[in-house]
Design a protein around this ligand. Structure first.
Ligand SMILES: Cc1ncc(COP(=O)(O)O)c(C=O)c1O
Length: 388
């Protein structure tokens, strides 16, 4: 299917131990109700990939294609924009300007004068910032987005299109997170981060509650429950949201969750190895831009440290091979760099007997993958997947 590449696989020795509830179901129901009422909402497609299943000697492989989500190109549309909405509701109440502003009122500009005086901010590799900027535009507040130098011009432009101001800072994603935080403290802005840290969990919790909708849609579309989910990890937010939702849908029969990261930014694998949240340093210069995170999200880690079955780290070359594999199948699937880490992990593991055995992959396995973005950077996509 794809050439062999070296990869890391770590079985989680804490798998199955009891832990805390990070995403209460009531919060998810609220998120689902709000997001499914937004104009343009539709579940994204769930595609069978029978040739991938055959090639990897598995029972079935399904691909949840997030490329069309709200016209933003990634699943992140579900999280950041929803968190902006929640934050504005809370802030208007705190300022005594509206006790319980509804999403419809916010979108219709009923509190425009008050919301215009509020600024939201975040750091991003591209997709989260796009979602926050989109939410800020829809719900009528000001938005300043921090990106590091490595974020491509195309990704910056895609955010600016929603009226956000872009600020570029030296360093990595983690430096941009700190810059956004500092600016927010100095200016009285509200941080809408997709990663959580001690003392900052409410907003990322809302972000992750939004992500759960993607996982529930997938479960609703599947005829049989999956046995495995391979999902990519940046700070771990989406993997943790998928993990929680799989448990909500399937209970004790929830699939084994394998978290797959780029080898150059494998902070979740490093955390599992160390037994505590652990940062990785270095340039984090993986092609998988959305996964170029060196520090795990605290909340996400609290879920994954006990619920992930295994962690993998894969090289960029395997991701590119997967993008091409999907682009050249019929019908083609357009998957961006950060969308394919899960598929890369699956295909690398499936061809190594030790990994197949360790993960319990066999001809009966039904694997669910999340294609978390389309070609969100069209220039980069065209370079990596030349036509033909
Ligand atoms: C396309 C895509 N997939 C996956 C992720 C990883 O999400 P998380 O950082 O919540 O682990 C990101 C993060 O930006 C992303 O943009």
């Amino acid at each position: 299917m794809i050439p062999r590449h070296p990869f890391q696989l770590l079985l989680n020795r804490r798998f199955g131990t009891p832990g805390t509830v990070i995403l209460p179901d009531g919060g998810y129901r609220r998120a689902r109700e709000a997001i499914t009422a937004w104009p343009g909402y539709a579940p994204t497609p769930l595609l069978p990939l029978p040739e991938v299943a055959r090639g990897a000697r598995l029972g079935a492989v399904h691909w949840k294609d997030e490329g069309a989500r709200f016209g933003l190109g990634s699943f992140k549309a579900l999280g950041g924009a929803y968190a902006v909405m929640r934050l504005l509701q809370a802030e208007l109440a705190r300022r005594d300007q509206a006790r319980a502003a509804t999403p419809e009122e916010l979108a219709a500009g009923a509190h425009a004068e008050a919301t215009r005086a509020i600024t939201v901010t975040c750091a991003t590799d591209g997709n989260h910032g796009r979602s926050v900027a989109w939410g800020a535009e829809r719900f009528g507040c000001r938005c300043v987005i921090f990106v590091h130098e490595g974020v491509s011009q195309a990704r910056r432009d895609a955010i600016a299109r929603y009226g956000a101001e872009i600020r570029v800072v030296p360093g990595t994603y983690d430096d941009a997170v700190r810059a956004a935080q500092r600016a927010a403290e100095a200016e009285g802005w509200l941080v809408v981060s997709d990663t959580s840290y001690p003392g900052y969990t409410e907003v990322p919790r809302d972000v992750m509650q939004g992500y759960r909708l993607m996982a529930e849609e997938a479960a609703e579309a599947l005829e049989k429950p999956p046995t495995h989910v391979f999902v990519q990890g940046g700070v771990g937010g989406v993997a943790a949201a998928v993990s929680v939702q799989m448990r909500a849908c399937y209970g004790a029969a929830a699939p084994r969750l394998v978290v797959v990261e780029p080898e150059k930014a494998a902070c979740l694998l490093a955390s599992a190895e160390a037994g505590q949240p652990t940062a990785v340093t270095g340039a984090l210069d993986t092609l998988m831009a959305g996964l170029a995170c060196g520090e795990p999200s605290l909340l996400a880690w609290q879920e994954l440290e006990r619920a992930a079955f295994a962690f993998m780290a894969v090289p960029d070359d395997a991701a590119v091979a997967c993008m091409r594999l999907l682009a050249r199948r019929a019908p083609p699937v357009v998957a961006g760099e950060s969308a394919v880490a899960g598929l890369a992990g699956l295909l690398l593991a499936a061809q190594e007997p030790f990994a197949r055995a360790a993960l319990g992959l066999d001809a009966e396995s039904r694997v669910l993958l999340f294609g978390t973005e389309g070609a969100t950077d069209p220039d980069s996509y065209a370079r990596l997947v030349p036509p033909g």
